[in-house]
Design a protein around this ligand. Structure first.
Ligand SMILES: Cc1ncc(COP(=O)(O)O)c(C=O)c1O
Length: 440
C-alpha cells in the first residue's frame, strides 16, 4: 500500500502519528521467524519481536498448528458459569510456572485488562477481609499499565494521561520514577543509585495512613517508557514496606514475563515475590490476544467465603480464557519448555548488553539501558521538536536498513527474539549505527 491508496483512509491507527504514517505507510505483508516481509517484498529483521510479544519468532509452527487444531474442535464456549478444558489446563500450567505460592489465574484479553482486573482484585481482597477502607492505589511516574482507566490512572506516562486527566480514578498516588540521568546514565543492568526511591511508598503510607492503601503496582523493569531497570535493592525495599503495612504488591509483568529476562518471571529474576502478577504478550507469543492475572493463595482465599452458589468476583470478559487463545497459550508454554527458551535468552543477555553499550560515546546518545533482553538507547532531543529524531530513526531503519526498531519519543527500544543469535544482532545494530551516524 502506498501513499494515496484510498484504502488507507478508514483505519485509525493506535499510538501512531496517523497523518505522517499515511504519507509513507510502513505495511507488513507476512512474517516468518525473525523477519517480516514488507508490502514491497523486502525482508525486514525485527528487533522488537513484534511489540515485546513474540519471543519465539513469528508464526511458530507449533503454535500455529495448535490454533488450527483447536478451530476444528471448539471455537467458543460461554465463559460465565461454564468452562472448557483448555482454560483449566493453561491456568494450572501458568500457576505451576509462577513463583511458589501462586495458586490461581484469571484470564483477560490484553495487558490493559489484566491490569484493571488486578486492581479490582486488590480492592476486592481488602473488602472481603473486612478492610473496605483500603481503596488507594499507588503507581509510579513513567509507569505504563495499559490504556484502560485503572491502568491509565496508576500509570505515569504523561502524554497518555493528559487528555483524560479529569476522568482518572481518584485516590491514586505515584512513586517517583527510578530513571535519573544524572545518577544512572549508562548503567549496565540495574543502577547502583536509587533504592531510596522506594521509600516514597513509606512517605505516602504515612501521609494517607496505610490502612487506606490497597496496593502498589510497578513494572519490575519499566518497559514502554524506555526500559528503566530497578535500582539495586529497590524492589526488595518495596516488598518490605508493603509487608510492613499490609499493602498488596502487584508486578505488572506484561513485558517481563516469559523469558524476557531469562527467567519465567521478573519475580524469579530479581528474587522478589509480589502478591499479584499481570501478564499478556508472551503468554501466547503474541499470536492471539490473551492476558492473565496470577494471584497468590491468600489473595484468592479471601474471596472464597460466603454461600457457595454466589459469584465471588463480579468481573470477567466474554472472551476470558477463549479456547483458541488457551490453545495458543498451552502450545507456547510447550515450546518454551521444549526449546529451553528462557535459558537460551539468559545466555544471550551479555552479548545484547555489550552491543547496546557499544553506542556509549556516540554524539547523539545520552543514555543506554538494558536488563535481560530489554534495551534502550536514548537520543538527545532536538531543541524545537522533541520526539522527531526518534521517529526519524525508526523510519530510516525501516526504509534504509530493513529493520524494525521501536521509538518512544527519542528513546529507541529493543526487545529481540529470545531465540536469537548474537551474530544476527551485530548485523542489525550495524544498521542502527549507520542510521544514527547520519541522523541530524
Ligand atoms: C507493563 C505493561 N502493562 C500493560 C500493557 C498493556 O497491554 P495491552 O496493550 O495488551 O493492553 C503493556 C503494553 O505494552 C505493558 O507493557
Amino acid at each position: 500500500m502506498q501513499a494515496g491508496d484510498t484504502r488507507l483512509g478508514a483505519y485509525w491507527m493506535p499510538f501512531t502519528a496517523n497523518r505522517d504514517f499515511k504519507r509513507a505507510p510502513r505495511v507488513i505483508r507476512e512474517a516468518r521467524g525473525h523477519h517480516y516481509v514488507a508490502d514491497d517484498g523486502r525482508q525486514i529483521y525485527d528487533l522488537v519481536a513484534g511489540l515485546w510479544t513474540s519471543g519465539l519468532g513469528h508464526c511458530h509452527p507449533h503454535i500455529v498448528a495448535a490454533i488450527k487444531d483447536q478451530l476444528d474442535v471448539l471455537d467458543y464456549a460461554m465463559a460465565f458459569q461454564m468452562g472448557h478444558e483448555k482454560a483449566f489446563v493453561l491456568a494450572e500450567q501458568l500457576v505451576g510456572l509462577a513463583p511458589d505460592g501462586f495458586t490461581h489465574c484469571f484470564f483477560t484479553n490484553s495487558g490493559s485488562e489484566a491490569v484493571d482486573s488486578a486492581l479490582k482484585i486488590a480492592l476486592g481482597y481488602h473488602r472481603a477481609r473486612g478492610e473496605a477502607g483500603r481503596t488507594r492505589l499507588i503507581g509510579r511516574e513513567r509507569g505504563y499499565h495499559g490504556v484502560n482507566f485503572g491502568g491509565l490512572s496508576v500509570g505515569g506516562m504523561s502524554p497518555n494521561r493528559n487528555a483524560f486527566s479529569a476522568c482518572l480514578i481518584p485516590g491514586v498516588d505515584h512513586l517517583r520514577a527510578t530513571g535519573d540521568l544524572d545518577h544512572t546514565a549508562f548503567s549496565r543492568g540495574q543502577p547502583e543509585w536509587g533504592a531510596h526511591l522506594a521509600d516514597d511508598l513509606q512517605r505516602i503510607a504515612a501521609l494517607h495512613d496505610a490502612s487506606n492503601i490497597a496496593a502498589v503496582i510497578v513494572e519490575p523493569v519499566a518497559g514502554s517508557t524506555g526500559v528503566l531497570p530497578p535500582p539495586v535493592g529497590y524492589l526488595e525495599r518495596l516488598r518490605e514496606i508493603c509487608d510492613r503495612h499490609g499493602i498488596l504488591l502487584i508486578f505488572d509483568e506484561v513485558i517481563t514475563a516469559f523469558g524476557r529476562l531469562g527467567k519465567p518471571f521478573a519475580a524469579d529474576y530479581f528474587g522478589v515475590t509480589p502478591d499479584i502478577i499481570t501478564t499478556a504478550k508472551g503468554l501466547t507469543n503474541g499470536v492471539i490476544p490473551m492476558g492473565a492475572v496470577l494471584v497468590r493463595d491468600h489473595v484468592h482465599a479471601a474471596f472464597m467465603q460466603g454461600p457457595a452458589h454466589l459469584i465471588e468476583l463480579f468481573h470477567g470478559y466474554t472472551y476470558s480464557g477463549h479456547p483458541v487463545a488457551a490453545a495458543a497459550g498451552i502450545a507456547t508454554l510447550e515450546v518454551y519448555r521444549q526449546e529451553g527458551t528462557f535459558e537460551a535468552a539468559a545466555e544471550l543477555a551479555q552479548s545484547f548488553e555489550d552491543l547496546l553499550h557499544s553506542f556509549v560515546g556516540h554524539p547523539l546518545v545520552i543514555d543506554v539501558r538494558n536488563q535481560g533482553l530489554m534495551g534502550a538507547i536514548e537520543l538527545a532531543s532536538r531543541a524545537d521538536t522533541p520526539g522527531a529524531r526518534g521517529l526519524e530513526a525508526h523510519k530510516r531503519c525501516f526504509w534504509e536498513e530493513d529493520l524494525v526498531i521501536r521509538n518512544g519519543a527519542d528513546t529507541l527500544m529493543f526487545s529481540p527474539f529470545l531465540n536469537s543469535s548474537a551474530g544476527d544482532w551485530e548485523i542489525a545494530f550495524d544498521g542502527v549505527r549507520r542510521v544514527l551516524d547520519t541522523l541530524e
